[in-house]
Write a protein that binds this ligand. Sequence first.
Ligand code: MLT
Ligand code: MN
Ligand code: ZN
Length: 315
Amino acid sequence: MKVRVLGSAAGGGFPQWNCNCRNCAGVRAGTLRARARTQSSIAVRAGDADGRSADRQGASWVLVNASPDILTQLRAHPDLQPARAPRDTAISAIVLVDGQIDHTTGLYMLRESTRPWALWCTDGVYTDLTRGNPILEVLSHYCRIERRRMSLDGAGFTVETVPDLRWHALPVAGKPAPYSPNRESPAPGDNVALVIRDDHSRKALFYAPGLAGIDEATWQAMQSAACVLVDGTFWSDDEMFRLGLSRKRAGDIGHLAQSGPGGMLEWLGRLPDATRKILVHINNTNPILDEDSPERAELGRRGIEVAWDGMEIDL
Ligand code: MLT
Ligand code: MN
Ligand code: ZN
């Protein structure tokens, strides 16, 4: 399978339009060695029959999360426009890991679709997207959405247009979006991690851009994957608080910080050396965005990569 990171930043992107933190100001001024990044989204397609993932024209891709930056992201990847018809796209289905603004607002930008969108999400996310933020109701006036139910019973699912990939959704610790009537009473399925396995290569991706903690099932799933593409939102739990940008801690908004006891770095350090470990959904305040920072150097020493827009992973 081929995994393409369309957007590697958390909500707000990098730099964030109204932010003058060290990172945002530095990347804007060109004084910081860092790449700008768009908001969180990946696209996934199957590999070739021999299990390799050579570049393939006309392949069908699954969009995982629809970021507000989707139009910029599509323009950055011309192969996602195969031009087989007057109106066309290589994106054949959409999968959502949660109902957050940064993962769903791009649905509005895809409203001109001439084909119905197959849209996979959990019941909790579907409820949020038809009530708290009724984007699917609004969209139904523009295009057809064929909602596919993502169950949490371990059975897994297959996206019809990409039959060689097998998907499993795991409920993970986290929170529903701030607009959700259930924000303070999280339930399983508000956030999921995805395990995507390629039938031919037999390799799996573990993808979880929002992860507040790692329970036994999540840990098992991480160990089963050849590559983990995980929550890289914050370096420290009090990052936003310390910068005076928010009163909330990372944990309060559903993200496990990298540093500190029980942090993401400790977990990743327990995975086999052969597992590819990549942080994604990186908030603009996170010091790892500065390629000259000590935090970034620490990731390098630990063999942990930082996703960037356009990064490709072959599995
Ligand atoms: C989050 O995952 O917490 C989001 O990036 C918040 C947002 O979309 O603003
Ligand atoms: Mn987010
Ligand atoms: Zn910033």
